[in-house]
Design a protein around this ligand. Structure first.
Ligand code: SF4
Ligand code: SF4
Length: 238
């Protein structure tokens, strides 16, 4: 079980493969990922490896037209759906599928980076507890990736609780509903649309002199007279 591919769950994360860096909405992501998956399954056979390379060339040409949030971030076309229901995303040339440990060498990054990279949230000690929270929210792959890769928001939340002398264990048990409210707010608030394009490579530019309450409020654009802000304020002053 990992944050990237939770077992037995109809969601998964593919943020670091770059897809959400495209300036598109969730319906367009679904369309592109479906197109990729169908193209790959119709035209690629693992017995004819050159077809894996041809697929990449073809898709890169098509997807070069799409606008990106950050031009420097690569959008790997081997990310597609790995289930029949088109719900779970993952690497279509992962060794578990190809039975070749080096098959990701057909990609831009190469197999050592594809297999070696882990994002900040993946490496976090509390990754398993966050995954349980995400799972309880019944998210789709777009929403799940958005939270799984967002180390800045998760850092803000953890630091806020630690600053108020609430342990992370207590945070996950006593404040679970508040965590879920904060995360849904992040996904649903229209003003936070720019935060929906996570890749996990984002850099936290928040100024260190701000309090963690201020950082969290700013990150999630919390209204000072809003219910969630007031709850945080109560915790902060307790
Ligand atoms: S962004 Fe993190 S959680 Fe998501 S697939 Fe990459 S390493 Fe896994
Ligand atoms: S080849 Fe690497 S970058 Fe591309 S989808 Fe697979 S894991 Fe992601």
């Amino acid at each position: 079980m990992s944050l990237c591919q939770p077992q037995n769950k109809q969601n998964s994360c593919g943020a670091c493969c770059g897809i959400f860096n495209l300036k598109l909405n969730s319906l367009s992501f679904q369309k592109i990922l479906k197109e990729r998956t169908k193209d790959f399954s119709s035209n690629v056979s693992f017995d004819e490896p050159w077809k894996i390379a041809e697929y990449r060339q073809r898709r890169e040409k098509i997807e070069a037209e799409y606008k990106k949030v950050d031009e420097m971030i690569y959008n790997c076309p081997y990310l597609g759906f790995i289930d029949k229901e088109y719900k779970k995303i993952g690497c279509m040339i992962h060794p578990e599928r190809t039975k070749d440990p080096k098959s990701q060498n057909f990609s831009f990054y190469g197999s050592s980076i594809c297999q070696g990279y882990t994002c900040t949230n993946f490496d976090r000690q509390t990754a398993g507890s966050w995954q349980k929270i995400f799972d309880s929210m019944e998210l789709n792959y777009f929403e799940y990736s958005n939270l799984a890769a967002d180390h800045i928001t998760i850092n803000c939340i953890e630091k806020f609780f630690l600053e108020t002398h609430i342990s992370l264990d207590r945070m996950f048990s006593e404040y679970k509903n508040l965590l879920i409210d904060l995360l849904f707010l992040k996904l649903r608030n229209k003003r936070l649309k720019p935060l929906l394009h996570q890749t996990s490579f984002e850099i936290d530019t928040n100024l260190p002199e701000k309090t963690n309450l201020e950082k969290l409020a700013e990150r999630l654009k919390l209204k000072k007279n809003g219910e969630i802000y007031q709850k945080l304020l109560d915790i902060y002053h307790d």
